[in-house]
Design a protein around this ligand. Structure first.
Ligand SMILES: Cc1cc2nc3c(=O)[nH]c(=O)nc-3n(C[C@H](O)[C@H](O)[C@H](O)COP(=O)(O)OP(=O)(O)OC[C@H]3O[C@@H](n4cnc5c(N)ncnc54)[C@H](O)[C@@H]3O)c2cc1C
Length: 540
């Protein structure tokens, strides 16, 4: 083992990587079993979960049923959902929401005290529970973080970047982790849960936090885990279009359209009326494509919130109003310019109904996993539900699994690592080009030619980024934060290459995956596709 790995912690704890909804719910559900939660953010508050707006779907309203919720989910999934997991997800939604209520999550209520439900695109009934209007993620995460603080079985390692998994005799044996304060550490554990969130920051326009660059997906891929559905990236139709030089774009929640907000073109006309029978409430991919078709030819598209104000419903959207005002708009008087942006990854590490991956000892839950419930297109607000449902199932499975004893001694950290002469500007240039390539060629509208161009250039960028055969940790690398910067760039590139490969392979258009050279759904492609890093290597 390299000298720069400073200490090896022999650990009986379950290691949970990620402190979003999936990670914290899993850690809490495992209590009193000892858990170490690792998160790369400076505090527990981070990830997309904190930013979630619309809410969490649950079939609890009058006239609703798990069957109807399942039907909407299957329809949105464009033929690629796994029906059984979908039925189980919607069947358990009320119980899982109740768990959050019992933890103290302050969901909004109607006058009779029952949980208020909003209607979102492609849901046939109001079904989305929310908190603080459109500040659901904030209230949810506050509740979970408070609970974690009061749970002595949970140890938190914040500001700590998970490097690579340790694998010994095909069994997980822990992982390497880096913090600027203490350098590299080896954490030994036969039970690791990846809850590292999504990959939106692999694209230039994204609603995700910029550190949502696919670390967990890349880490699992390098360890040999089976991934699936990688080509399916959902683009949110309505990110506020502001000049932001690659920073995250503020989201204008779908629930605004559920409350009456309208999409207008430059002439003030409701173009969605001509695109889909459900107009503004059409499935996300349909709306995103309709917007994209206009913005790529230089037109501006607007979201008009004035009907929401006229109906007196603006009080439910404090975040949307605040972000618009912060950007210099007055949503009471003027429509807001919007653009479609990378938002949610349906694909991920393939798991079974218990959240087990193909590697013994490795579980995954939340956006980093693919469970089959979203198919080719996620139904709005089903992702928080999925993250919560599977986080609790993973905890249940680990609690009932025998602790494997083989692990803990012999594995060596995965190599390679950051080159000694790494340069900040070079790494940042590689990152920006990766994101630009993904937006240009692996975005809402794809073609075989564009995907080939992206695949070749991404491979060149990977070579340009370079790597060393041993983990370096000089004073300079540490001071400049280059170990993590380089680690994220490497992960982003691998994820970009995997997604591009999967998109090139699927020669049809379905759900969120749209190919101009294969514009139709093809029945022979109505199945999910797995991918491993070994297959990617073989292809080049
Ligand atoms: C703006 C926005 C609004 C949304 N609104 C909704 C909504 O209303 N309803 C809905 O259902 N879904 C919504 N989504 C999607 C939903 O929020 C996410 O899918 C969900 O929160 C993902 O939860 P998670 O726990 O899997 O990941 P996250 O919440 O993203 O958490 C990931 C965690 O992993 C950590 N991490 C990542 N890599 C590493 C590493 N290498 N080392 C250590 N730690 C690491 C991060 O620090 C973070 O703590 C929204 C998403 C966005 C971006």
């Amino acid at each position: 083992m390299s000298k720069v790995i400073r200490r090896a912690k022999i650990n009986d704890d379950v290691i949970v990587v990620g402190s979003g909804l999936a990670g914290l719910a899993c850690a809490l559900a495992l209590a009193p079993k000892p858990v170490t939660v690792i998160t790369k953010t400076p505090t527990l508050a981070g990830g997309s979960s904190l930013w979630a707006q619309g809410g969490i779907a649950a079939a609890i309203g009058p006239g609703d049923s798990p069957e109807q919720h399942a039907l909407d989910t299957l329809l949105a999934g464009a033929g690629l959902c796994e029906p059984q997991p979908v039925r189980e997800l919607t069947r358990d939604s009320a119980t899982n929401l109740q768990w959050l209520l019992e933890l103290g999550t302050p969901f909004d209520r109607v006058a009779d005290g029952t949980v208020a439900l909003a209607k979102e695109a492609a849901h046939r009934l109001p079904r989305v529970a929310h908190a603080g209007g459109d500040s659901t993620g904030l209230y949810l995460m506050r509740t979970l973080i408070d609970r974690v603080a009061g749970t002595p079985s949970i140890t938190v390692m914040a500001d700590t970047f998970a490097g690579d998994l340790l694998v010994h005799r095909e069994q997980i044996d822990g992982l390497t982790a880096y913090s600027a304060k203490s350098g590299w550490t080896t954490l030994r554990s036969p039970n690791v849960v990846l809850a590292t969130g999504g990959i939106g920051a692999c694209w230039m326009h994204t609603t995700n936090p910029l550190d949502a660059c696919g670390d967990g997906l890349a880490v699992a891929a390098r360890a040999g885990a089976v991934l699936a559905d990688l080509e399916f990236m959902q683009f949110h139709p309505t990110a506020l279009a502001i000049e932001n030089e690659g920073a995250s774009m503020p989201l204008l929640t779908e629930a605004l359209r559920g409350a009456g907000a309208l999409l207008l073109d430059e002439s003030g006309s409701r173009f969605m009326l001509y695109e889909h029978a459900a107009a503004e409430l059409a499935p996300r991919d349909v709306v995103a494509r309709a917007i994209h078709q206009r913005t790529i030819v230089g037109q501006q598209v607007y979201l008009d919130l004035r009907p929401v104000f006229a109906a007196g419903l603006d009080g439910s959207f404090p975040q949307a109003v605040a972000v618009a005002e912060k950007a210099g708009f007055d949503p009471r008087r003027e429509p807001l310019p919007v653009v479609a942006a990378a938002h949610y990854h349906m694909g991920g590490i393939r798991t079974d109904s218990k959240g087990r991956t193909s590697l013994p000892g490795l579980w995954a839950c939340g956006e980093v996993a693919t469970t089959g419930v979203h198919g080719a297109n996620r139904l709005a607000s089903n992702s928080l539900l999925e993250a919560l449902t599977y986080a609790r199932r993973v905890a249940d499975d680990i609690r009932h699994s025998p602790m494997l004893t083989e692990a803990g001694l012999a594995s060596t950290p995965m190599l390679p690592a950051v080159p000694r002469d790494a340069d900040q500007r070079d790494i940042e240039t590689v990152v920006l080009e990766t994101r630009a390539l993904m937006s240009k060629h692996v975005g809402i509208q794809r073609s075989g030619e564009g995907l080939q161009t992206a695949a070749s250039r991404l491979l060149e960028l990977e070579r340009k980024l370079g790597s060393s055969s041993r983990p370096n940790d000089s004073e300079r690398l540490r001071k400049q934060g280059l170990v993590r910067l380089w680690g994220e760039a490497r992960n982003r590139l691998l994820v970009a290459r995997l997604v591009t490969h999967a998109a090139l392979r699927r020669e049809e258009s379905r759900g969120a995956h749209c190919r101009s050279d294969f514009p139709a759904v093809r029945p022979e492609w109505q199945h999910r596709k797995a991918l491993t890093v070994a297959e990617l290597a073989e292809a080049h």
